[in-house]
Design a protein around this ligand. Structure first.
Ligand code: NAP
Length: 426
């Protein structure tokens, strides 16, 4: 027996078009295998008369009124793929309050107002799913929910912003300047006209805030993540690091150690031999370390019309099954309340980029009580520095420090007043 679910969609841009395309293509299969007919009743857009790359199915209404969707009592499930924060939040609240389940791809919104919206969904016995909000086409949130239910995650490390990874890869491999690589990304459709969120690390921070909720039952705040972007990274730095076995990557990390959560979004020198060091271009990757499985890696497209639409539609199928069976997902309450520390506060080794001579650097390194080793011209490797040592060095020298992945000294809880480690040669 087939159950028909009435669906409304907000937005018909990159992701919305992919949803219509994929839904049209696989409708018969969904009906055959899931016993569900997903009827796209209406789609809301901003510009009613704008040309559309994809045709709506016959009988689907196009409207420029969000209320036509969220207030329509026949619509049971709303797909929100229009972006924005305030407008989307109002629309999702209206949909949930009137008992509609919601699927969204909106990371900005789910990172900043996720707890409030999830609580509202629970109160109104609705589903609120957002697989597509993190790493686009990689089914990482459902994997964390379903496949790690009997496991315990200890670390999540991701390359989760395709634009930043494309820029850094182009600077490393073809020696393009930051600006040239950004322009190439924009021409190829990999970067927005306004790329601020991607290059400042804000987009990766939002995704990390969501990943932490799924991995550790504890969302992070933007202040805790304190993202550092890639705008100060130069081609010379990328290429010097690559010469000596590191790839500079915008890494998003959250780890649990000794009753604390540690997080960071920042450019990090990743060993080229590591799987994450080999993720290039717009590809995304999420590496998970857990007690039972050990190390696992999930890679794939972090954006794109049909890849992201696939994540949206997999959520839609689950929400539709729940509507048919009159059950809803048991969304875990935010159960974690671990103290959060930025990984930048831990002692760790750094790549240092400076125009100063090794003699000059050695002088200040001695003052800061650390060892320094030339790697290439202008690039040096420093032994583990505490945050205080790092600040002392940076106060004296115009020096850019890129942390080296995996060199953190774990002595949690971090004692900020810890004595400096002795001067150990590398
Ligand atoms: N693009 C990706 O690969 C990707 C990947 C993962 C997640 N996401 C997320 O998915 C969401 C959508 O992204 P997108 O790239 O598809 O955006 P987009 O191409 O800019 O499309 C946005 C759509 O929403 C409509 N819209 C905007 N404001 C509206 C309003 N007030 N009322 C009604 N319709 C409105 C627009 O209408 P008009 O067409 O008439 O202008 C357009 O159809 C965002 O939250 C984004 O972060 C995107």
């Amino acid at each position: 027996m087939t159950t028909t679910i009435e669906v409304g969609m907000l937005g018909f841009g990159t992701v919305g078009s992919g949803v219509v395309l994929r839904l049209t293509r696989v409708a018969a299969r969904i009906e055959r295998t899931q016993g569900l007919r997903l009827h796209l009743a209406a789609v809301a857009v901003s510009h009613l008369n704008a040309p559309r790359a994809v045709q709506l199915p016959l009988g689907t209404r196009l409207t420029d009124s969000i209320a036509d969707i969220v207030d329509d009592p026949r619509i049971q499930l709303v797909i929100e793929v229009m972006g924005t924060v305030a407008t989307a939040k109002r629309a999702i609240i209206a949909a949930l309050v009137s008992g509609k389940s919601v699927v969204t791809a909106n990371k900005d919104l789910m990172a900043t107002a996720g707890d409030q919206l999830l609580a509202l969904a629970r109160r109104h016995h609705c589903d609120l799913f957002y697989e597509a909000s993190v790493a686009g086409g990689i089914p990482i949130l459902r994997t964390l929910t379903d496949s790690y239910v009997t496991d315990t995650v200890t670390e999540v490390t991701g390359i989760i912003n395709g634009t930043a990874n494309y820029i850094l890869s182009a600077m490393t491999a073809s020696g393009r300047s930051y600006q040239h690589a950004l322009t190439a990304a924009q021409r190829a459709g990999y970067a927005e006209t306004d790329p601020t969120n991607d290059v400042t690390g804000l987009d990766a921070a939002y995704k990390l805030m969501i990943l932490s909720r799924f991995a550790f039952g504890q969302a992070l705040t933007l202040q805790q993540v304190a993202p550092v972007g890639i705008t100060n990274i130069t081609t010379e730095q990328c290429q010097s690091a690559a010469c000596c076995g590191w790839q500079i990557k915008l890494l998003a990390e959250v780890q649990r150690h000794a009753g604390h959560l540690y997080c960071r979004v920042a450019p990090v020198a990743v060993p080229t031999s590591e799987a994450l060091g080999q993720v290039v271009g717009v590809q995304n990757a999420v590496a998970i370390q857990s007690e039972a499985i050990g190390a696992s890696l999930y890679t794939g497209p972090g954006a794109g019309s049909t890849a992201t639409a696939n994540s949206v539609l997999s959520d839609v199928i689950v929400a539709a099954q729940h509507l048919r069976e009159d059950v809803r997902a048991t969304v875990n309450e935010q159960c974690g309340s671990l103290p959060v520390i930025n990984i930048g506060e831990l002692p760790q080794a750094y790549l240092a980029f400076s125009a100063s001579t090794i003699m000059e650097l050695q002088y200040y390194a001695n003052e800061a009580d650390c060892s320094i080793r030339p790697v290439t011209a202008n690039c040096y490797q420093l032994t583990a520095l505490t945050a205080a040592q790092r600040q002392r060095l940076q106060a004296r020298l115009a020096i850019q420090l890129i942390p080296i992945m995996g060199t953190e000294v774990w002595s949690a809880p971090v004692d900020m007043s810890m004595p400096s480690p002795s001067n150990v040669a590398i």
